[in-house]
Write a protein that binds this ligand. Structure first.
Ligand SMILES: C[S@@+](CC[C@H](N)C(=O)[O-])C[C@H]1O[C@@H](n2cnc3c(N)ncnc32)[C@H](O)[C@@H]1O
Length: 201
């Protein structure tokens, strides 16, 4: 499982501790917030170590080729800046990179938190539309389709669900009364991916 834009790595760290038989990779362009948990991950298991966890410093625009085809799940939780733009505008080049690291039928889950008053300026700066169901259907889903993903669903996450997410931003945003949190889920679709089409030379 890959957590892209992992922040301080809390979500993958907790997941790796809870599921020792699965391998977890946290990726972020900024390594500084990862220092604490990446040091802890190297300890002995009884002191918080997690041998089934790896952190990678990389931009979502340039994911390492070593990850190609590995991810059975990719999570993007509370993206911001270029990562938010890439997954929500969305940017075909970034989706191609994420699609590349997905295993066959690998699932990508995107969770975006929006406070209309506080976040509008950032949405405007990034050129993002409001992520309503209509916008997702008309503007976002077709780009995921073209990038080789199959749309599985979207909606609003109730506060009780997102506030329980084990990640730093869910905690930080917990007090924002007006914040809406929307999600969408897609799966890597080999049948629809041009690179895998038998007619593609
Ligand atoms: C708001 S934080 C969310 C962190 C974490 N997912 C959470 O839920 O607590 C957004 C993260 O995305 C990372 N990020 C932004 N643009 C990125 C990019 N292009 N590639 C990789 N990481 C990026 C930032 O460094 C930051 O850690």
């Amino acid at each position: 499982m890959v957590d892209l834009g992992t922040g301080d790595g809390r979500f993958v760290y907790q997941s790796a501790r809870a599921n020792p038989n699965r391998f977890y990779i946290g990726i972020d362009a900024n390594a500084d917030p990862l220092r604490k948990l990446s040091e802890k991950a190297f300890r002995r298991p009884e002191r918080g170590g997690t041998p089934n966890l790896m952190f990678v410093q990389a931009a979502a625009e340039a994911l390492p080729a070593e990850l190609d085809g590995l991810a059975d799940e990719v999570h993007v939780h509370f993206p911001w800046g270029s990562l938010l733009r890439g997954v929500a505008l969305p940017d075909p080049a970034m989706l191609a990179g994420i699609r590349r690291i997905c295993a066959p039928d690998g699932v990508l889950e995107v969770i975006v938190g929006i406070d209309p008053a506080r976040d509008q300026r950032e949405f405007d700066r990034l050129g993002l539309p409001a992520l309503t169901a209509d916008t997702l259907a008309a503007r976002v889903r077709p780009v995921y389709d073209s990038a080789g993903f199959r749309w599985l669903g979207d909606g609003l996450l109730p506060r009780d669900d997102w506030a329980k997410l084990e990640c730093a931003w869910a905690r930080r945003l917990g007090s924002g009364e007006r914040r809406a949190v929307c999600y969408f889920v897609v799966a890597a679709d080999d049948r629809e991916h041009p690179a895998n089409s038998p007619n593609c030379s």
